[in-house]
Design a protein around this ligand. Structure first.
Ligand code: 13P
Length: 247
């Protein structure tokens, strides 16, 4: 299975930075296509330009979110179809920052993932426990609930991806131990197989949370880690390219 390396720029970037970064990333990623699929998820306003600059490169673009509805009076939102039309292949759904700051529920995430699939996009369904949940010994319960409630009926084969992002590892410089990641990914894969009826090998789970050039190799080597979802380090060309090379 090709590793998937996704850069989530969150609410960072401008056209000049995006242009430079896209070209530098494409230069490295285009030499690694056998082993890694590289995806950039810029803010919605930069998606079109980025996709245009990446024509002819193997680097794919993705949105950071999409609306549940195909279109309508939803000021400020972006539809899955709009992302698809400008060349996106992927869309992140259910990122913990959307859950926290936009109060998205598991049902919202499932509906967004369903919309993405119906539109021909691959949703990257983000799940993960908070620090309090982990400390209370509830990490697996929370993940189980998210898997049951966020994966839509439409998820039938290679048309969706999961990303395990422990909330406490995001932007904190803290990562779970390799054993911990192994355990959690194994749990997520087996539960998702039960939930969807897919074979274990068909389920692609990325790890996200403080992935850097320095730890990418170790994380990507863990069994069950199908790639990485990178925040802060994806904004620095040299750092992100080290992660691509690790994959
Ligand atoms: P960091 O890599 O900055 O910890 O962010 C992870 C993340 O939220 C990616 O979606």
């Amino acid at each position: 299975m090709q590793k998937i390396v996704i850069g989530n720029w969150k609410m960072h970037g401008d056209p000049a930075m995006a242009h430079t970064l896209a070209l530098q990333v494409a230069d490295v990623a285009d030499k690694c296509t056998e082993k890694a699929e590289v995806v950039l998820c810029p803010p919605a306003i930069l998606v079109l330009q980025l996709a245009t600059w990446l024509v002819g490169s193997a680097v794919k673009t993705g949105g950071q979110d999409c609306h549940i509805q195909p279109e309508g009076a939803f000021t400020g939102d972006t539809s899955a179809a709009m992302l698809k039309q400008v060349g996106c292949k992927y869309v992140l759904v259910g990122h913990s920052e959307r859950r926290k700051f936009h109060h998205e529920t598991n049902a919202d995430v499932r509906n967004k993932a369903a919309r993405a699939i119906k539109t021909g996009l691959i949703p990257v369904i983000c799940i993960g426990e908070t620090e309090e949940e982990r400390n209370a010994g509830k990490a697996k319960d929370v993940l189980g609930e998210q898997i049951r409630e966020c994966i839509p009926e439409e998820a039938i084969s290679h048309n969706f991806i999961l990303a395990y992002e422990p909330v406490w590892a995001i932007g904190s410089g803290k990562t779970p131990t390799a054993d911990d990641i192994l355990l959690m990914h194994d749990y997520i894969i087996s539960l998702t197989a039960k939930r969807t009826g897919l074979d274990l090998e068909q389920i692609h789970v990325l790890y996200g949370g403080s992935v850097k050039g320095d730890n990418a190799r170790e994380i990507l080597a863990i069994e069950g880690v199908g790639g990485v979802l990178v925040g802060g380090a994806s904004l620095k060309s040299e750092e992100f390219c080290r992660i691509i090379q690790a994959a």
